[in-house]
Design a protein around this ligand. Sequence first.
Ligand SMILES: NC(=O)c1ccc[n+]([C@@H]2O[C@H](COP(=O)([O-])OP(=O)(O)OC[C@H]3O[C@@H](n4cnc5c(N)ncnc54)[C@H](O)[C@@H]3O)[C@@H](O)[C@H]2O)c1
Length: 369
Amino acid sequence: MARGVSKDALGVAVDSEYTGKKFRLAYIGCGGIAHVHMDALTGLPDVEVVAGVDNRADHLKVWGEKWGVTKLYKDWNTMLKEVQPDGVAVCTPNGVHMAPTIDSLKAGCHVICEKPMAMSAAECEKMIAAAKKAKRKLMIGFQYRYHPNTQFLKRAADAGEFGDIMFMKCQALRRRGIPNWGVFGQKKLQGGGPMIDIGVHCIEMAHYLMGSPKPVAASGNIWTYFGNKPSTVVCPWPNWDHKTYTVEDLAIGQIRFDTGALLQIEASFVAHIEKDVWNFSFMGTKGGGNFDPPAIYTDRAGTMIDSKANFVSNEDSYEYLFELKLRNWVDSCTKDTPSEAPGEAGLAVQKMLDGVYRSAAAGKEVVIK
Ligand SMILES: NC(=O)c1ccc[n+]([C@@H]2O[C@H](COP(=O)([O-])OP(=O)(O)OC[C@H]3O[C@@H](n4cnc5c(N)ncnc54)[C@H](O)[C@@H]3O)[C@@H](O)[C@H]2O)c1
């Protein structure tokens, strides 16, 4: 499916000349990722962006002018009262996810909150409770579960092709990729570094594939050795703010599930490896597989078979994945169709992230409740 030709949850193409009642959406946080959302929304003609909120006037101005949004606010509560949108997309730094999400739910809006869901599992629980009380949809921006490779493997998992998945290895490794914008290096505003920022994506798609087992214990270590020093090497994102850098550069964790399965996660902004890795691979009782390249390893007709996907989709761009996640959320709000990434999925992932950080601080395995 080409970008801009959106389908609803049943796979029916949404008319680009849509004339029905539009879903009125407002943005809280109009920085980098809110622009990606806006680009993706060109494929959702049934959505109208009605307002934006940002505490930085320059960001708000650029975003409003670029996308033609005229109702611009510094404070989300004023916006919620005056605009009364149907839905809100929360695109602020991680430390500013819980408050606008809960305020928006209380104001009667559905919410899609960017990943990670929040700073801690305790915050996530409050967000889920607010959604239940308000009877509104809360979805988390986990776009990688809509990736065609994930969906290919998920269909095989649901058909029982892997048996029980015993071990999952997730890797979100950048050779050199410390964000040089926003507040990604500040622990008090983000909750952590590569584990919570990019490890979260590999964990979310792997956990989804595994059928969302319950995490019960975690162990891990984190190291900071690079980002807290000035950039001296030529790299794609130079000159990060090393003076405010308080997060880890590398995190390695292991999660134990109530099923007995293990998930291992490696996440880094600065890994001394040949090239970036964005992958998960796994071993099940009947078969195994790999996200990139998409492949299934199993036995067939008395023979060990490697099944490499010949074609999974003609579209897997970043913007397209955002289009799919926004489509899924809007459909869940307007048609009550199932959400692939409800708040509960965000909470489970957050418990794993919390567990790795808690274990690293404690120097031993910790229990996940
Ligand atoms: N799904 C993905 O692949 C993906 C990719 C990148 C970022 N994100 C997530 O999106 C969020 C934002 O990331 P970003 O890259 O857009 O960062 P950013 O710094 O570019 O944008 C954040 C915006 O929020 C604004 N802001 C901060 N505090 C605010 C407040 N109290 N009230 C109103 N506005 C406030 C900032 O001024 C800024 O414009 C983060 O949680 C990040 O993890 C998700």
